[in-house]
Design a protein around this ligand. Sequence first.
Ligand SMILES: Nc1nc2c(ncn2[C@@H]2O[C@H](COP(=O)(O)OP(=O)(O)OP(=O)(O)O)[C@@H](O)[C@H]2O)c(=O)[nH]1
Length: 316
Amino acid sequence: MNGEIELSQVTDQLNSGILLLDLQLNIVSWNRFLAVHVNQKLEDVKGKLIFDVFPELPQRWFERKVASVIQLGTPTYCSWEQRHHLFELPHTRPITTDSHFMAQNCSFLPYEQEGKLVGICVLIEDVTDVCHYQSQLKETMKQLELANRIDGLTRIYNRKYWEEALGKEFARAQRYTSELSLIMFDLDHFKKLNDNYGHQCGDLVLIETASRVSSLLRDADVFGRYGGEEFGIVLPQTDQIGALEVAERVRAAISNSPIIFEGKKISFSASVGLATLNSEHKRYEDLISETDSALYRAKSSGRDQICILQKFNKCS
Ligand SMILES: Nc1nc2c(ncn2[C@@H]2O[C@H](COP(=O)(O)OP(=O)(O)OP(=O)(O)O)[C@@H](O)[C@H]2O)c(=O)[nH]1
């Protein structure tokens, strides 16, 4: 039995491409997998320069890769994560992928005869499925991570993420003795709004509030939904005067224009509490607690207004 025939019977059944090149990068042989995917017979490509048969190959990169195999006499490798594919071979998967071409792991192996390097064997593995499932996994992880941070209704940060961010900003402001202010606001008579116009209308007001306030803030500010109809804004590098300006803009943005729901004009407003970091605040919870007390005072002083406990101890 002829050894060559025997080997090709095996390699022709492989679900991977095997391409044999001489040291000048002319094609010496390939297996059935490549003949099928390139749709050309071995006789038609034998002796041709690889770049004439596969013009898509990055020539200089390919030559460098092969040169290292020739010089070192050791295999080298290129995974689909480095380059999605080298050879433009159509994939035959019924799955939808981002590319028309098969994702590939390619190995470049030295090919020796009688102890002498005579060529390079390129092994091309089809890893389209791996690539596809990995991309899906990445996308799912991204969505999960987002869902973990974002409030489902208003699309701003949820309480857990917002509080973590406040904790970090608090620690940073203490370490660098920089300014930090906190605004918390709560929609007024929200229960009545729900009762009068329905929960759907209440939801719409929450969404509209988040959207209006988001558009007023700087990138560094951290805006989150603290609970039902209560929101918080962390303002790094912001003193009391700066925070008061923001608070006034927030209050006005909410109460100055009603929404239209089922043809009806729905007015709503918010009460706002504000506090600025000082030496009495030992933990970020102290800052929340002071802001919440200011908010409570804004409610009890008539709503649709801003209150600060520190220094001014006043409402505006
Ligand atoms: N539509 C809607 N309502 C919510 C949501 N979360 C909380 N609420 C409602 O918000 C209302 C809050 O009511 P209260 O805590 O009594 O406060 P309020 O009516 O706004 O009164 P003041 O805060 O004192 O002005 C409750 O009826 C909750 O059911 C939500 O996601 N959607």
